[in-house]
Design a protein around this ligand. Structure first.
Ligand code: G6P
Ligand code: MN
Length: 436
């Protein structure tokens, strides 16, 4: 029986992850769940929701809600991390401040992503320090963004820690292919490579058909587009731009939707309201829903309609845990040191490629072919700018941060890089390390 700690327990994703884990209780029996968060109120709220859901399902799982890292981590087997340093309030600044300078304003891409990266490294490395101290043998299954920057910083400070860095975006894309064109992603063997939120599918082999169906998928995207009915409008817009990228720029490879922020900034930002961004949507939606749910539970109202479904986000991370526990060699898209996986890309990059996961950990799959110059060039500029940001963090270097911002491919020149950097330094205050 496993003991699980959810770091960032107050997150709206917690019920989805835990409900998914319960669905797989045969392969993944759980004796204890600990919610750990530095935000007392949100953690307590989620404690109320999880307690309600466990009782409703007649689960015999011990639930601990704590802000104490020693209580949270001592003796735990898996940490599911989804912390968001600074919460939605700071996400809002990451999105809005760059827009003041005509730049892309986004949580993980562009200088907004760098702003978040500086905060996230500080908070996440502290978290990993606690885990190393109190549960050195546990596995950290990490969703904390921006993932390439986080992975790069963890590998520098904690080279031996047992961590799996995962992102659910490729699953989201594959589910979109299922919904739009009637495929079953369980039949897919995908060849995908890139950095996190910055990559391409080169092949999607369908085992039920015995062939690569990527050319057919690309043709369908070009002619029919994706099926976007009923989708959250922000995501529908994103996938609309993704379909355009396929039509206009990538005739052979299916790009990750996040590449829109680097290659189609005008289209990506056309719908953005500088006074009401994604963070506002989430504060008015997902976060309000948590408050409403807690209020109903406190009033003892019937909550048959509570709609915390287990989704791909939860399933992905739970399946990774099961693959480790049962040595299943499941194949997952993960964020790992390159070391030859993409042969013609610098070896010290952190990349996202298919990997096998088993009891020994992660075994990345080498592509064994060189990637095209377009992809390599885009990736290497991005790797260099992210590495400079991580250098800036560890060396407390303003100069390196300025270089990172200037090299970021969403930034046209050093003047605007400096203005945005200075503004973000001020807005982040102690969330960032001091830069000299
Ligand atoms: C995807 C990405 C995550 C990202 C999330 C944002 O799941 O893989 O890295 O944080 O989208 O979604 P949201 O609904 O919060 O804008
Ligand atoms: Mn992601």
């Amino acid at each position: 029986m496993s003991v699980i700690t959810v770091a960032g327990g107050g997150s709206g994703y917690t019920p989805g992850i835990l409900l998914t884990a319960l669905k797989f209780k045969k392969e993944f029996p759980i004796s204890e769940v600990r919610l750990y968060d530095i935000d007392h109120e949100r953690n307590a709220d989620m404690g109320i929701i999880m307690n309600y859901l466990f009782e409703k399902n007649h689960e015999q799982i011990k639930l601990v809600v704590t802000e104490d890292p020693q209580v949270a981590f001592t003796g735990c087997d898996f940490v599911f991390s989804q912390i968001r340093v600074g919460g939605m309030k700071m996400r809002e600044k990451d999105e809005k401040i760059p827009m003041k300078y005509g730049l892309v304003g986004q949580e993980t891409c562009g200088v907004g992503g760098f702003s978040y990266g500086m905060r996230s490294m500080k908070g996440f490395l502290k978290l990993v320090g606690f885990i190393e101290k109190y549960a050195p043998d546990c596995w950290i299954l990490n969703y904390t963004n921006p993932e390439t920057i986080i992975a790069e910083s963890v590998r520098r400070q904690f080279p031996k820690i047992k961590i799996v860095n995962a992102c659910d975006m490729t699953i989201g894309i594959e589910e979109l292919l299922e919904e739009s064109f009637g495929y079953d992603r369980n039949n897919f063997i995908c060849q995908y490579y890139g950095l996190n939120h910055f990559g391409w599918y080169r092949e999607i082999y369908d085992v039920s058909r015995g062939k690569d169906i990527l050319p057919e998928i690309i043709e369908k995207i070009k002619t029919q587009g994706f099926k976007l009915d009923g989708m959250d409008p922000s995501w529908a817009h994103t996938y609309g731009v993704m379909a355009d990228m396929v039509r206009e720029f990538f005739p052979q490879y299916l790009p990750n939707n996040y590449l829109q922020y680097y290659l189609y900034q005008d289209r990506a930002m056309e719908k953005e309201d500088p006074n009401y961004t994604r963070a506002n949507e989430i504060m008015d939606g997902r976060l309000k829903k948590i408050k409403d749910t807690v209020a109903k539970i406190k009033e003892n109202r019937d909550l048959e309609t509570i709609d915390y479904e287990s989704e791909s986000h939860g399933q992905y991370i739970v399946q990774i845990a099961i693959s480790i526990l049962h040595n299943q060699n499941g194949r997952f898209m993960l964020i790992v040191p390159n070391k030859g996986a993409i042969p013609n890309l610098r070896q010290d990059a952190v990349v996202e490629v298919p990997c096998y996961v088993n009891a020994r950990g992660i075994e990345p799959i080498s592509l064994r072919y060189d990637i095209p110059d377009l992809h390599k060039g885009l990736m290497e500029a991005q790797v260099a700018s992210e590495k400079l940001l991580v250098d800036a963090f560890f060396e407390h270097s303003y100069q390196k941060a300025l270089e990172a911002f200037t090299l970021n491919q969403t930034v046209p020149n050093a003047t605007v890089a400096k203005k945005a950097l200075n503004d973000l330094i001020e807005a982040n205050g102690d969330y960032w390390v001091e830069l000299n």
